[in-house]
Structure formats: structure tokens, C-alpha cells
Ligand binder design. Structure first.
Ligand code: WQD
Length: 324
């Protein structure tokens, strides 16, 4: 396989760092651009070239494109859906403006291949399950809107400037590297899995379960949890797809199976042997009862399916980080 020069924005972050490790093990040159606002230096692969910088800065981007770049993986973005409703301009500036800045720099440097970290949040409230790629896209939060706005712009930049893009819509990303290469814990996590792990290991005294009166098997919401190593393998396949087919791709990444909040808590208790203390409180605004992906298109187009996304593998991999 040809050795490629690959720019990974947000490569010190939770998802980006996992992909960097895989790319380097495949023999590629990886340049990481990360402002370390949420990313961690300890996540950086020692063989990567690290530039501490920001996608909003043309100056920083010009350093990242100093050598010819063949493919860009773009992870650098804010991702807290709740916060995006209070601070929309923060999300506009980093997610939308930052991405457009990056795309412009790619085009100026004749780099045409873009793998984009999108989200199930582009779909909004499910009109049917499982959610396939034909599902209407009506984001419920500004974060989801930023991802949709970028996908729309990618379509334009594909027809106007010849960019090839893959928009990968993650469902609930979770887990840690099954090979133990990434060990940096996310700071102030807002998602269920790290919160439950923090309770299990005593970083938090307890947690809240947002509602147990949904029409689900145990009354709590269910989600489609997808292991970060499965996300990583999809990114590599998507890159190969862009390079071979020179056409665009928008696919869901999930398992097609839903697990409730109580399923998650029970599995963490089983895997860690610790008690997870929780209180059931009222529903969280904007939470749909259930979300699951149809991942058929990713299988059809990329031959991808999840291999590490059963709850036991997910939480055993997290235990390696939270209880080393
Ligand atoms: C999962 C379930 C909560 C915390 C978010 C974003 C989405 C995407 C993935 C990036 C829900 C329940 C949670 C807690 C709880 N992000 N919960 N107590 O909301 O499905 O999706 O992350 O693209 O855009 O919105 O994930 O991990 O916050 O919640 O009971 O302390 O856990 O109600 O049912 P969510 P989550």
C-alpha cells in the first residue's frame, strides 16, 4: 500500500487519537493538528508529527499543509449537544467556520480527500427505527445542525471544487482502545459510559438516570453504543473508498442494537465488580426514548460492521483505562 501523508485535526482527542494509532501502524505519515483544548498530549502517538494549533487559524493550517497532504481526517470540533444550545456562536465558530477554513486550505493545497466526523445528531428525533441514511435530517440541537451544515457544504465543495468526502455519522461512541494504546481519560465527560465508569471507580459519588418511565423494556432510554475501535476501522475503510472510487459517502456507524441506561449500569457493575450508585430523576429535555442505527449501507459500501461493540468488550476496554 502507498504510504500517505495524512492530516488529522483533533488527533489528540478521544476518537481522533484511536484513528491516528491505526494509521501509523498501517505505515502512513500522520500530522496531528490539535489545540489541546480537550485533547491530551499523552494520546499522541510518538511517531506522529504534532502541531499545536487551531483549525480557525490560517497560520496554523499553513504549517499543517507545509508538506503535501493526501487525506484529511477532521475531528476537531466541540461536541456537547446541551452546551451548543446555550453557546451557539462557540459552536458556529469552531465547527462551521473552522471546517470551512480547513476546506479552503485543502483546496488551495490541492488536497481532495476529506473524512468527516459527523453524527447521528443530524437526524434529530427518530421518525422510525432503525435510522437509515434516508431518514429526514432535522437536528434537535445546534451541535447537530453544525454537523449537517458541514455535510451540506461538503456536497457543494464536492461539485464546485472536486472534494471527495466521507461523512461518518456516529451513533453513541464509547469504549477505549482494545489494544491499550490510548489511555487518556476525557476531561469532564458528559456522556453516559464515562460517567458510569467514574461512579464505579469512585471519582463521582453517584449519578442520575434521566427518566425510567419511557416505553422501553425497563423504562430507561436505549442507545446504539459503538466501540471507538469500530469507528476507527470504518474511517480507514472510508479513506480507501475515497481513494479508490473518487466519490462521496454518507453512512451511519452503529450496531443496530440498543442498550438501555440500566443495561449499561449493570454491565459496568459486572465488569468492574463495583457498585454504581444512582438516583432516578426526571427526563432530560430532548432525549428520544430510543435510537438505533441501520448500518446496512456502511456494510454495503465499505464491507464494515462492528466487531468490538458488545457491552462486555466496551466496558472491559474502559476498565483498562479507569482501573488500570
Ligand atoms: C445516553 C443515555 C441519557 C447521562 C449524545 C449527543 C449526540 C452524540 C452522542 C456526538 C441517554 C442517559 C446520560 C447521565 C443518564 N454525540 N444518561 N444519565 O444523548 O444519546 O447522545 O452523545 O455526536 O449528539 O447528544 O448520549 O451519553 O448523553 O446519553 O441517564 O448522567 O444516557 O438520558 O438516554 P446521547 P448520552
Amino acid at each position: 500500500m502507498k504510504k500517505l501523508n495524512i492530516l488529522v485535526t483533533g488527533g489528540a482527542g478521544y476518537i481522533g487519537s484511536h484513528i491516528c494509532h491505526d494509521l501509523i501502524e498501517l505505515g502512513h505519515n500522520v500530522i496531528i493538528l490539535d489545540n489541546l483544548s480537550t485533547g491530551l498530549e499523552e494520546n499522541l502517538h510518538p511517531d506522529s508529527v504534532f502541531i499545536q494549533g487551531d483549525v480557525r487559524s490560517k497560520f496554523d493550517l499553513s504549517k499543517a499543509f507545509d508538506k503535501k497532504v493526501d487525506v484529511v481526517f477532521h475531528f476537531a470540533a466541540w461536541k456537547a449537544a446541551g452546551e451548543s444550545m446555550f453557546e451557539p456562536f462557540k459552536y458556529f465558530e469552531n465547527n462551521i467556520f473552522g471546517t470551512m477554513n480547513l476546506l479552503e486550505e485543502m483546496i488551495l493545497n490541492n488536497c481532495k480527500n476529506f473524512v468527516f466526523s459527523s453524527s447521528a445528531a443530524v437526524y434529530g428525533s427518530p421518525e422510525y427505527l432503525p435510522i437509515d441514511e434516508k431518514h429526514p435530517k432535522k437536528p434537535l440541537n445546534y451541535y447537530g445542525y453544525t454537523k449537517l451544515a458541514i455535510e451540506d457544504n461538503l456536497e457543494w465543495m464536492s461539485s464546485l471544487k472536486g472534494i471527495n468526502y466521507a461523512a461518518l455519522r456516529y451513533f453513541n461512541a464509547t469504549g477505549y482502545d482494545v489494544k491499550g494504546r490510548v489511555t487518556g481519560k476525557e476531561k469532564n465527560p458528559a456522556n453516559l459510559s464515562p460517567i458510569v465508569m467514574e461512579v464505579a471507580v469512585g471519582v463521582r459519588e453517584g449519578m442520575q438516570v434521566f427518566g425510567d418511565d419511557y416505553d422501553t423494556k425497563d423504562g430507561t432510554c436505549f442507545r446504539d453504543y459503538i466501540h471507538v475501535n469500530d469507528l476507527a476501522s470504518a474511517h480507514i475503510l472510508a479513506m480507501n473508498y475515497l481513494l479508490e472510487k473518487k466519490s462521496n459517502l454518507g453512512v451511519n456507524l452503529g450496531t443496530g442494537t440498543g442498550w438501555t441506561v440500566l443495561d449499561v449500569i449493570k454491565e459496568v457493575e459486572k465488569v468492574t465488580g463495583r457498585n454504581v450508585k444512582f438516583d432516578v430523576v426526571g427526563r432530560r429535555e430532548g432525549d428520544p426514548a430510543g435510537l438505533i442505527a441501520s448500518a446496512n449501507l456502511a456494510y454495503e459500501k465499505l464491507g464494515w460492521s462492528a466487531k468490538h461493540s458488545d457491552l462486555n468488550t466496551i466496558f472491559s476496554s474502559m476498565k483498562g483505562v479507569y482501573l488500570p
